[in-house]
Design a protein around this ligand. Sequence first.
Ligand code: KIV
Ligand code: ZN
Length: 536
Amino acid sequence: MAEDKVLIFETTLRDGEQAPGASMNVEEKIRIAQQLARLKVDIIEAGFPISSPAQFEAVQRIGQEVEGPVIAALARTIEADIDAAGEALQTSANARIHTFIGTSDIHLAAKFGADKYGRTIEAKRESVLEMVDRAVRQACSITSDVEFSAEDAGRTDITYLVKVIDVAVAAGATTINIPDTTGYCVPKEYAALFDNVRQRCMDMDSIILSVHCHDDLGLAVANSLAGVLAGARQVECTINGIGERAGNASLEEIVMALNVRRQHFGTHTGVDTMLLSETSKMVSRATGFPVPPNKAIVGSNAFSHEAGIHQHGVLKSRETYEIMRAEDVGQSPEAIRLGRHSGRHGLFSRLEKLGFFVGEERRDKLYQKFVELADEKKEIFDEDLVALVQEAKGGGASAHYRLEHLSIISGTGRTARAEVLLYHSSSDTSCRKTADGDGPVAAIYNAIDMAAGSHHGLVSYGIRSVGEGKDAMGEVSVLISENGALFRGVARHTDVLQASANAYIQALNQLENFRANNEEEFVSDGIMQSFDSDGG
Ligand code: KIV
Ligand code: ZN
Protein backbone atom coordinates (compact mmCIF):
# COMPACT_ATOMS: atom_id res chain seq x y z
CA MET A 1 0.00 0.00 0.00
CA ALA A 2 1.32 3.46 -0.89
CA GLU A 3 2.44 5.47 2.09
CA ASP A 4 0.63 8.75 2.75
CA LYS A 5 2.40 11.96 3.55
CA VAL A 6 1.39 13.66 6.79
CA LEU A 7 1.58 17.43 6.37
CA ILE A 8 3.26 19.33 9.17
CA PHE A 9 1.41 22.53 10.01
CA GLU A 10 3.81 24.46 12.19
CA THR A 11 2.19 26.95 14.55
CA THR A 12 5.03 28.05 16.86
CA LEU A 13 4.67 31.61 15.62
CA ARG A 14 0.91 31.70 16.29
CA ASP A 15 -0.31 29.18 18.90
CA GLY A 16 3.22 28.74 20.29
CA GLU A 17 3.58 32.46 20.77
CA GLN A 18 0.33 32.45 22.75
CA ALA A 19 2.25 30.74 25.57
CA PRO A 20 2.42 33.26 28.41
CA GLY A 21 5.74 35.12 28.18
CA ALA A 22 6.74 33.71 24.81
CA SER A 23 6.28 36.76 22.63
CA MET A 24 8.85 37.26 19.87
CA ASN A 25 9.62 40.33 17.81
CA VAL A 26 9.15 40.47 14.05
CA GLU A 27 12.83 39.88 13.22
CA GLU A 28 12.98 36.83 15.49
CA LYS A 29 9.82 35.47 13.87
CA ILE A 30 11.30 35.87 10.41
CA ARG A 31 14.46 34.05 11.47
CA ILE A 32 12.41 31.22 12.96
CA ALA A 33 10.19 31.02 9.87
CA GLN A 34 13.32 30.73 7.72
CA GLN A 35 14.55 27.92 9.92
CA LEU A 36 11.15 26.20 9.69
CA ALA A 37 11.42 26.40 5.91
CA ARG A 38 14.86 24.72 6.12
CA LEU A 39 13.30 22.11 8.38
CA LYS A 40 10.86 21.53 5.50
CA VAL A 41 7.58 21.89 7.32
CA ASP A 42 4.65 22.11 4.92
CA ILE A 43 2.71 25.02 6.38
CA ILE A 44 3.83 27.83 8.68
CA GLU A 45 1.08 29.56 10.60
CA ALA A 46 2.70 32.98 10.82
CA GLY A 47 0.20 34.83 13.01
CA PHE A 48 -3.21 36.37 13.56
CA PRO A 49 -3.08 39.59 11.48
CA ILE A 50 -6.13 41.38 12.92
CA SER A 51 -4.85 41.01 16.48
CA SER A 52 -2.05 43.62 16.28
CA PRO A 53 0.03 45.64 13.80
CA ALA A 54 3.09 43.55 14.77
CA GLN A 55 1.24 40.31 13.98
CA PHE A 56 0.10 41.79 10.67
CA GLU A 57 3.66 42.78 9.79
CA ALA A 58 5.06 39.37 10.79
CA VAL A 59 2.59 37.54 8.55
CA GLN A 60 3.19 39.94 5.68
CA ARG A 61 6.98 39.79 5.87
CA ILE A 62 7.13 36.02 6.36
CA GLY A 63 4.86 35.69 3.32
CA GLN A 64 7.25 37.85 1.32
CA GLU A 65 10.60 36.62 2.63
CA VAL A 66 10.20 32.91 3.37
CA GLU A 67 10.17 30.53 0.44
CA GLY A 68 8.91 26.98 0.39
CA PRO A 69 6.10 26.30 2.85
CA VAL A 70 2.54 27.55 2.57
CA ILE A 71 2.10 30.61 4.81
CA ALA A 72 -1.11 30.61 6.86
CA ALA A 73 -2.84 33.46 8.68
CA LEU A 74 -5.48 33.01 11.36
CA ALA A 75 -8.88 34.74 11.29
CA ARG A 76 -12.11 34.45 13.24
CA THR A 77 -15.22 33.95 11.12
CA ILE A 78 -15.53 37.74 11.01
CA GLU A 79 -15.35 39.79 7.84
CA ALA A 80 -12.70 42.21 9.13
CA ASP A 81 -10.48 39.33 10.32
CA ILE A 82 -10.58 37.63 6.94
CA ASP A 83 -9.92 40.91 5.15
CA ALA A 84 -6.88 41.49 7.38
CA ALA A 85 -5.59 37.95 6.80
CA GLY A 86 -6.08 38.35 3.03
CA GLU A 87 -4.32 41.68 3.01
CA ALA A 88 -1.37 40.42 5.06
CA LEU A 89 -1.00 37.46 2.70
CA GLN A 90 -1.47 39.45 -0.51
CA THR A 91 2.18 39.21 -1.53
CA SER A 92 2.72 35.63 -0.39
CA ALA A 93 3.29 33.01 -3.10
CA ASN A 94 1.42 30.23 -1.25
CA ALA A 95 -1.23 31.67 1.03
CA ARG A 96 -3.70 29.92 3.32
CA ILE A 97 -6.47 31.54 5.34
CA HIS A 98 -7.28 29.62 8.49
CA THR A 99 -10.65 30.59 9.91
CA PHE A 100 -12.14 29.24 13.14
CA ILE A 101 -15.13 29.46 15.44
CA GLY A 102 -16.09 27.77 18.72
CA THR A 103 -18.62 24.98 18.26
CA SER A 104 -19.06 23.33 21.67
CA ASP A 105 -22.11 24.31 23.72
CA ILE A 106 -19.77 25.75 26.34
CA HIS A 107 -18.23 28.07 23.73
CA LEU A 108 -21.60 28.92 22.19
CA ALA A 109 -23.07 29.92 25.54
CA ALA A 110 -20.03 31.95 26.59
CA LYS A 111 -19.05 33.62 23.33
CA PHE A 112 -22.41 34.03 21.62
CA GLY A 113 -24.50 34.92 24.65
CA ALA A 114 -25.99 38.04 23.04
CA ASP A 115 -29.57 37.74 21.82
CA LYS A 116 -28.53 38.60 18.26
CA TYR A 117 -27.13 35.06 18.02
CA GLY A 118 -30.45 33.58 19.22
CA ARG A 119 -31.86 32.86 22.63
CA THR A 120 -31.46 29.10 22.71
CA ILE A 121 -28.46 26.87 22.07
CA GLU A 122 -30.26 25.56 18.96
CA ALA A 123 -30.64 29.11 17.62
CA LYS A 124 -27.02 29.93 18.44
CA ARG A 125 -25.91 26.80 16.63
CA GLU A 126 -27.78 28.00 13.53
CA SER A 127 -26.08 31.40 13.76
CA VAL A 128 -22.68 29.74 13.92
CA LEU A 129 -23.47 27.67 10.82
CA GLU A 130 -24.29 30.90 8.94
CA MET A 131 -21.06 32.53 10.13
CA VAL A 132 -19.03 29.52 9.01
CA ASP A 133 -20.65 29.55 5.57
CA ARG A 134 -20.11 33.29 5.09
CA ALA A 135 -16.52 33.32 6.37
CA VAL A 136 -15.33 30.32 4.37
CA ARG A 137 -16.85 31.73 1.17
CA GLN A 138 -15.17 35.09 1.80
CA ALA A 139 -11.81 33.38 2.43
CA CYS A 140 -12.22 31.30 -0.75
CA SER A 141 -12.69 34.50 -2.74
CA ILE A 142 -9.15 35.48 -1.64
CA THR A 143 -7.28 32.17 -1.87
CA SER A 144 -8.10 28.63 -2.93
CA ASP A 145 -6.32 27.26 0.17
CA VAL A 146 -8.76 27.64 3.08
CA GLU A 147 -8.68 25.83 6.40
CA PHE A 148 -11.61 25.74 8.79
CA SER A 149 -11.27 24.85 12.49
CA ALA A 150 -14.17 23.92 14.75
CA GLU A 151 -12.71 25.26 17.98
CA ASP A 152 -13.25 22.99 21.00
CA ALA A 153 -14.29 20.18 18.65
CA GLY A 154 -13.11 17.77 21.36
CA ARG A 155 -16.11 18.81 23.49
CA THR A 156 -18.57 19.47 20.64
CA ASP A 157 -21.70 17.39 20.13
CA ILE A 158 -20.75 15.03 17.30
CA THR A 159 -23.98 15.46 15.32
CA TYR A 160 -23.56 19.22 15.36
CA LEU A 161 -19.85 18.93 14.53
CA VAL A 162 -20.74 16.91 11.43
CA LYS A 163 -23.17 19.68 10.37
CA VAL A 164 -20.58 22.43 10.87
CA ILE A 165 -18.00 20.53 8.83
CA ASP A 166 -20.52 19.86 6.05
CA VAL A 167 -21.21 23.59 5.84
CA ALA A 168 -17.49 24.49 5.77
CA VAL A 169 -16.75 21.92 3.05
CA ALA A 170 -19.73 23.00 0.95
CA ALA A 171 -18.49 26.60 1.23
CA GLY A 172 -15.08 25.58 -0.15
CA ALA A 173 -12.77 24.72 2.76
CA THR A 174 -10.01 22.34 1.66
CA THR A 175 -8.60 21.48 5.11
CA ILE A 176 -10.79 20.69 8.11
CA ASN A 177 -9.16 20.92 11.50
CA ILE A 178 -10.72 19.17 14.50
CA PRO A 179 -8.97 20.69 17.51
CA ASP A 180 -8.90 19.38 21.03
CA THR A 181 -8.60 22.98 22.15
CA THR A 182 -8.70 22.26 25.87
CA GLY A 183 -6.64 19.06 25.89
CA TYR A 184 -9.66 17.18 27.25
CA CYS A 185 -9.80 14.13 24.99
CA VAL A 186 -8.11 10.78 25.44
CA PRO A 187 -6.65 9.07 22.36
CA LYS A 188 -9.48 6.58 21.74
CA GLU A 189 -12.11 9.31 21.93
CA TYR A 190 -10.16 11.67 19.74
CA ALA A 191 -9.66 8.97 17.10
CA ALA A 192 -13.41 8.24 17.23
CA LEU A 193 -14.11 11.87 16.29
CA PHE A 194 -12.15 11.38 13.08
CA ASP A 195 -13.85 8.06 12.34
CA ASN A 196 -17.22 9.72 12.81
CA VAL A 197 -16.36 12.72 10.66
CA ARG A 198 -14.97 10.54 7.89
CA GLN A 199 -18.03 8.32 7.87
CA ARG A 200 -20.76 10.90 8.38
CA CYS A 201 -19.58 14.07 6.63
CA MET A 202 -20.13 14.63 2.94
CA ASP A 203 -17.45 14.98 0.24
CA MET A 204 -14.56 13.99 2.47
CA ASP A 205 -12.48 12.46 -0.33
CA SER A 206 -10.65 15.61 -1.35
CA ILE A 207 -10.49 17.06 2.16
CA ILE A 208 -7.39 16.97 4.38
CA LEU A 209 -8.38 16.28 7.98
CA SER A 210 -6.15 17.88 10.57
CA VAL A 211 -5.31 17.27 14.23
CA HIS A 212 -4.61 20.11 16.64
CA CYS A 213 -4.07 19.02 20.24
CA HIS A 214 -3.27 20.81 23.47
CA ASP A 215 -1.34 19.21 26.28
CA ASP A 216 -3.44 19.93 29.38
CA LEU A 217 -3.45 16.24 30.33
CA GLY A 218 -0.08 15.52 28.73
CA LEU A 219 -1.84 13.74 25.86
CA ALA A 220 -1.28 16.14 22.96
CA VAL A 221 1.17 13.92 21.10
CA ALA A 222 -0.71 10.69 21.86
CA ASN A 223 -3.98 12.26 20.69
CA SER A 224 -2.38 13.65 17.53
CA LEU A 225 -0.98 10.24 16.65
CA ALA A 226 -4.34 8.61 17.35
CA GLY A 227 -5.84 11.12 14.90
CA VAL A 228 -3.26 10.14 12.26
CA LEU A 229 -4.15 6.47 12.71
CA ALA A 230 -7.79 7.47 12.23
CA GLY A 231 -7.05 9.19 8.93
CA ALA A 232 -5.81 12.72 9.71
CA ARG A 233 -3.16 13.80 7.22
CA GLN A 234 -2.17 17.13 8.72
CA VAL A 235 -0.71 17.63 12.20
CA GLU A 236 -0.66 21.04 13.85
CA CYS A 237 2.21 21.31 16.28
CA THR A 238 4.93 23.56 17.71
CA ILE A 239 8.66 23.34 18.33
CA ASN A 240 9.34 22.19 21.91
CA GLY A 241 5.56 21.88 22.33
CA ILE A 242 5.19 25.51 23.37
CA GLY A 243 1.71 27.01 23.28
CA GLU A 244 -1.34 28.09 25.25
CA ARG A 245 -1.34 26.87 28.87
CA ALA A 246 0.39 23.45 28.93
CA GLY A 247 1.26 23.87 25.26
CA ASN A 248 0.60 22.16 21.94
CA ALA A 249 1.73 18.82 20.57
CA SER A 250 5.48 18.95 20.09
CA LEU A 251 6.65 18.83 16.48
CA GLU A 252 9.84 16.92 17.18
CA GLU A 253 7.99 14.16 19.06
CA ILE A 254 5.31 13.80 16.38
CA VAL A 255 7.81 13.75 13.54
CA MET A 256 10.10 11.22 15.21
CA ALA A 257 7.20 9.00 16.28
CA LEU A 258 6.03 8.91 12.67
CA ASN A 259 9.60 8.34 11.55
CA VAL A 260 10.72 5.68 14.05
CA ARG A 261 7.36 3.83 13.87
CA ARG A 262 6.89 4.38 10.14
CA GLN A 263 5.61 0.89 9.52
CA HIS A 264 3.08 1.16 12.29
CA PHE A 265 1.65 4.42 10.98
CA GLY A 266 2.19 3.76 7.28
CA THR A 267 2.95 7.45 6.76
CA HIS A 268 5.91 9.77 6.42
CA THR A 269 6.63 13.49 6.74
CA GLY A 270 8.89 15.73 4.68
CA VAL A 271 10.74 17.10 7.73
CA ASP A 272 14.55 17.15 7.73
CA THR A 273 14.96 15.56 11.14
CA MET A 274 18.67 16.45 11.36
CA LEU A 275 17.62 20.05 12.00
CA LEU A 276 15.32 19.30 14.92
CA SER A 277 17.79 20.05 17.72
CA GLU A 278 19.08 23.22 16.11
CA THR A 279 15.52 24.48 15.61
CA SER A 280 14.59 23.60 19.17
CA LYS A 281 17.55 25.61 20.51
CA MET A 282 16.67 28.55 18.31
CA VAL A 283 13.07 28.67 19.55
CA SER A 284 14.26 28.24 23.12
CA ARG A 285 16.59 31.22 22.74
CA ALA A 286 13.97 33.41 21.08
CA THR A 287 11.28 32.68 23.67
CA GLY A 288 13.53 32.37 26.72
CA PHE A 289 11.90 29.00 27.53
CA PRO A 290 14.63 26.48 28.39
CA VAL A 291 14.31 22.95 27.01
CA PRO A 292 14.10 20.50 29.94
CA PRO A 293 17.06 18.08 29.87
CA ASN A 294 14.72 15.08 29.79
CA LYS A 295 12.63 16.44 26.90
CA ALA A 296 12.14 13.69 24.32
CA ILE A 297 14.19 14.06 21.13
CA VAL A 298 15.77 17.47 21.80
CA GLY A 299 16.59 17.41 25.54
CA SER A 300 20.27 17.33 26.46
CA ASN A 301 19.77 13.97 28.22
CA ALA A 302 17.66 12.41 25.46
CA PHE A 303 20.57 10.29 24.25
CA SER A 304 22.70 10.09 27.39
CA HIS A 305 23.24 6.98 29.41
CA GLU A 306 24.56 7.13 32.92
CA ALA A 307 23.55 3.88 34.60
CA GLY A 308 26.28 1.26 34.37
CA ILE A 309 24.05 -1.47 32.90
CA HIS A 310 22.78 0.91 30.24
CA GLN A 311 26.26 2.12 29.39
CA HIS A 312 27.52 -1.41 29.07
CA GLY A 313 24.64 -2.28 26.76
CA VAL A 314 24.93 0.82 24.60
CA LEU A 315 28.67 0.37 24.22
CA LYS A 316 28.09 -3.13 22.90
CA SER A 317 25.20 -2.17 20.68
CA ARG A 318 23.40 1.16 20.69
CA GLU A 319 20.13 -0.59 19.88
CA THR A 320 19.99 -2.04 23.39
CA TYR A 321 18.75 1.22 24.87
CA GLU A 322 18.25 3.52 21.87
CA ILE A 323 15.41 3.48 19.35
CA MET A 324 16.83 6.21 17.12
CA ARG A 325 20.23 7.71 16.43
CA ALA A 326 21.19 10.98 18.10
CA GLU A 327 22.73 12.12 14.80
CA ASP A 328 19.38 11.75 13.04
CA VAL A 329 17.86 14.50 15.15
CA GLY A 330 20.98 16.67 15.16
CA GLN A 331 22.14 15.68 18.64
CA SER A 332 25.69 14.70 19.51
CA PRO A 333 26.25 10.93 19.29
CA GLU A 334 28.38 11.02 22.45
CA ALA A 335 26.05 8.87 24.48
CA ILE A 336 27.97 8.13 27.61
CA ARG A 337 27.67 10.54 30.52
CA LEU A 338 29.94 9.65 33.35
CA GLY A 339 28.56 10.11 36.81
CA ARG A 340 27.97 8.26 40.04
CA HIS A 341 25.85 5.58 38.32
CA SER A 342 28.43 4.71 35.70
CA GLY A 343 30.13 1.35 35.75
CA ARG A 344 33.67 0.24 35.00
CA HIS A 345 32.83 -0.45 31.40
CA GLY A 346 31.70 3.12 30.77
CA LEU A 347 34.77 4.54 32.49
CA PHE A 348 37.41 2.46 30.74
CA SER A 349 35.85 2.72 27.34
CA ARG A 350 35.76 6.51 27.72
CA LEU A 351 39.40 6.49 28.78
CA GLU A 352 40.29 4.41 25.75
CA LYS A 353 38.55 6.96 23.58
CA LEU A 354 40.72 9.58 25.22
CA GLY A 355 43.79 7.53 24.40
CA PHE A 356 44.48 6.06 27.83
CA PHE A 357 44.75 2.29 27.98
CA VAL A 358 44.88 1.46 31.65
CA GLY A 359 46.50 -1.84 32.57
CA GLU A 360 44.37 -4.45 34.44
CA GLU A 361 46.44 -4.10 37.62
CA ARG A 362 45.60 -0.37 37.86
CA ARG A 363 41.93 -0.57 37.07
CA ASP A 364 40.49 -1.23 40.54
CA LYS A 365 42.34 1.68 42.07
CA LEU A 366 41.40 4.04 39.27
CA TYR A 367 37.77 3.01 39.37
CA GLN A 368 37.71 3.55 43.12
CA LYS A 369 39.09 7.08 42.63
CA PHE A 370 36.50 7.69 39.94
CA VAL A 371 33.63 6.62 42.25
CA GLU A 372 34.93 8.95 44.97
CA LEU A 373 35.07 11.84 42.53
CA ALA A 374 31.61 11.02 41.14
CA ASP A 375 30.21 11.27 44.65
CA GLU A 376 31.52 14.84 44.83
CA LYS A 377 30.68 16.00 41.30
CA LYS A 378 27.40 15.70 39.42
CA GLU A 379 29.06 14.96 36.13
CA ILE A 380 32.59 13.90 35.30
CA PHE A 381 34.10 15.60 32.29
CA ASP A 382 37.01 14.46 30.15
CA GLU A 383 39.44 16.78 31.84
CA ASP A 384 38.49 15.27 35.21
CA LEU A 385 39.36 11.86 33.80
CA VAL A 386 42.67 13.08 32.46
CA ALA A 387 43.53 14.52 35.86
CA LEU A 388 42.44 11.30 37.53
CA VAL A 389 44.61 9.15 35.29
CA GLN A 390 47.56 11.44 35.74
CA GLU A 391 47.07 11.42 39.48
CA ALA A 392 46.97 7.61 39.51
CA LYS A 393 50.04 7.53 37.35
CA GLY A 394 51.95 9.67 39.84
CA GLY A 395 50.97 7.37 42.72
CA GLY A 396 48.95 10.04 44.47
CA ALA A 397 50.81 13.05 43.20
CA SER A 398 48.84 15.20 40.79
CA ALA A 399 49.75 16.21 37.25
CA HIS A 400 53.05 17.89 36.50
CA TYR A 401 51.59 21.36 37.08
CA ARG A 402 48.69 22.33 39.30
CA LEU A 403 47.25 25.81 39.68
CA GLU A 404 47.06 26.65 43.35
CA HIS A 405 45.98 30.25 43.07
CA LEU A 406 44.82 32.68 40.41
CA SER A 407 43.90 36.33 40.69
CA ILE A 408 43.24 38.80 37.91
CA ILE A 409 42.87 42.55 37.76
CA SER A 410 41.41 43.95 34.57
CA GLY A 411 39.07 46.69 33.54
CA THR A 412 38.32 49.40 31.02
CA GLY A 413 41.39 51.47 30.11
CA ARG A 414 43.92 49.42 32.08
CA THR A 415 46.35 46.63 31.29
CA ALA A 416 45.20 43.26 32.56
CA ARG A 417 47.39 41.71 35.23
CA ALA A 418 47.35 38.12 36.50
CA GLU A 419 49.02 36.46 39.44
CA VAL A 420 49.39 32.68 39.59
CA LEU A 421 50.79 30.21 42.08
CA LEU A 422 51.85 27.11 40.16
CA TYR A 423 52.75 23.83 41.83
CA HIS A 424 55.50 21.70 40.21
CA SER A 425 55.10 18.06 41.18
CA SER A 426 58.61 17.17 39.97
CA SER A 427 60.28 19.43 42.56
CA ASP A 428 57.36 19.58 45.01
CA THR A 429 57.61 23.37 44.98
CA SER A 430 55.28 26.22 44.10
CA CYS A 431 56.20 29.27 42.09
CA ARG A 432 54.34 32.61 42.25
CA LYS A 433 54.49 34.95 39.24
CA THR A 434 52.73 38.10 38.06
CA ALA A 435 52.43 39.15 34.43
CA ASP A 436 50.59 41.66 32.25
CA GLY A 437 48.78 40.99 28.99
CA ASP A 438 46.59 42.56 26.34
CA GLY A 439 43.61 41.03 28.06
CA PRO A 440 43.01 38.86 31.11
CA VAL A 441 43.57 35.58 29.24
CA ALA A 442 46.89 36.77 27.79
CA ALA A 443 47.95 37.94 31.25
CA ILE A 444 47.08 34.55 32.77
CA TYR A 445 48.98 32.64 30.09
CA ASN A 446 52.02 34.91 30.42
CA ALA A 447 52.03 34.41 34.19
CA ILE A 448 51.70 30.61 33.84
CA ASP A 449 54.56 30.53 31.31
CA MET A 450 56.73 32.51 33.70
CA ALA A 451 55.86 30.23 36.59
CA ALA A 452 56.49 27.13 34.45
CA GLY A 453 59.81 28.59 33.28
CA SER A 454 59.17 28.22 29.56
CA HIS A 455 57.20 30.00 26.86
CA HIS A 456 54.63 28.08 24.83
CA GLY A 457 53.16 28.90 21.44
CA LEU A 458 49.38 29.23 21.61
CA VAL A 459 48.00 27.87 18.36
CA SER A 460 44.32 28.32 19.10
CA TYR A 461 41.97 29.36 21.85
CA GLY A 462 38.21 28.67 21.73
CA ILE A 463 35.39 29.17 24.15
CA ARG A 464 31.78 28.03 24.10
CA SER A 465 28.90 27.95 26.49
CA VAL A 466 27.85 24.60 27.93
CA GLY A 467 24.32 24.54 29.35
CA GLU A 468 21.76 27.30 29.55
CA GLY A 469 21.34 30.54 31.41
CA LYS A 470 23.63 32.75 33.46
CA ASP A 471 25.15 29.87 35.40
CA ALA A 472 26.08 27.99 32.22
CA MET A 473 29.69 26.83 32.17
CA GLY A 474 32.30 28.15 29.76
CA GLU A 475 34.23 25.43 28.00
CA VAL A 476 37.69 26.56 26.93
CA SER A 477 39.74 24.62 24.46
CA VAL A 478 43.39 25.54 23.80
CA LEU A 479 46.04 24.14 21.53
CA ILE A 480 49.71 24.76 22.19
CA SER A 481 52.67 23.65 20.12
CA GLU A 482 56.22 22.61 20.79
CA ASN A 483 58.60 21.54 18.04
CA GLY A 484 55.71 21.03 15.67
CA ALA A 485 53.77 18.75 18.04
CA LEU A 486 50.35 19.91 19.25
CA PHE A 487 48.88 19.52 22.73
CA ARG A 488 45.31 20.24 23.62
CA GLY A 489 43.68 21.19 26.91
CA VAL A 490 39.97 21.44 27.54
CA ALA A 491 38.36 22.70 30.72
CA ARG A 492 34.95 23.79 31.90
CA HIS A 493 34.14 26.19 34.69
CA THR A 494 31.43 28.69 35.53
CA ASP A 495 34.28 31.26 35.68
CA VAL A 496 35.61 31.45 32.12
CA LEU A 497 38.99 32.84 33.24
CA GLN A 498 39.45 29.91 35.60
CA ALA A 499 38.47 27.59 32.71
CA SER A 500 41.05 29.37 30.51
CA ALA A 501 43.79 28.81 33.07
CA ASN A 502 42.81 25.17 33.67
CA ALA A 503 42.73 24.39 29.95
CA TYR A 504 46.18 25.90 29.44
CA ILE A 505 47.65 23.96 32.36
CA GLN A 506 46.06 20.79 31.06
CA ALA A 507 47.76 21.36 27.71
CA LEU A 508 51.11 21.92 29.49
CA ASN A 509 50.59 18.69 31.39
CA GLN A 510 49.90 16.87 28.13
CA LEU A 511 53.16 18.23 26.82
CA GLU A 512 55.05 17.12 29.92
CA ASN A 513 53.50 13.67 29.73
CA PHE A 514 54.41 13.43 26.11
CA ARG A 515 57.99 14.33 26.98
CA ALA A 516 58.11 11.76 29.71
CA ASN A 517 56.31 9.22 27.50
CA ASN A 518 57.50 6.31 29.51
CA GLU A 519 54.43 4.72 31.04
CA GLU A 520 53.42 1.60 29.23
CA GLU A 521 49.75 2.07 30.01
CA PHE A 522 49.55 5.17 27.85
CA VAL A 523 49.55 4.70 24.10
CA SER A 524 52.48 6.38 22.44
CA ASP A 525 50.73 9.25 20.74
CA GLY A 526 47.42 8.67 22.42
CA ILE A 527 47.36 11.94 24.26
CA MET A 528 47.20 13.95 21.10
CA GLN A 529 44.96 11.50 19.31
CA SER A 530 42.53 11.34 22.13
CA PHE A 531 41.83 15.04 22.35
CA ASP A 532 41.75 15.40 18.60
CA SER A 533 39.15 12.68 18.22
CA ASP A 534 37.11 14.25 20.97
CA GLY A 535 36.73 17.36 18.88
CA GLY A 536 37.79 19.47 21.84
O1 KIV B 1 -6.67 25.35 19.99
C1 KIV B 1 -7.40 25.76 19.07
O2 KIV B 1 -8.55 25.38 18.93
C2 KIV B 1 -6.82 26.73 18.16
C3 KIV B 1 -7.65 27.10 16.98
C4 KIV B 1 -7.51 28.52 16.62
C5 KIV B 1 -7.31 26.18 15.85
O3 KIV B 1 -5.69 27.14 18.32
ZN1 ZN C 1 -4.61 25.78 19.69
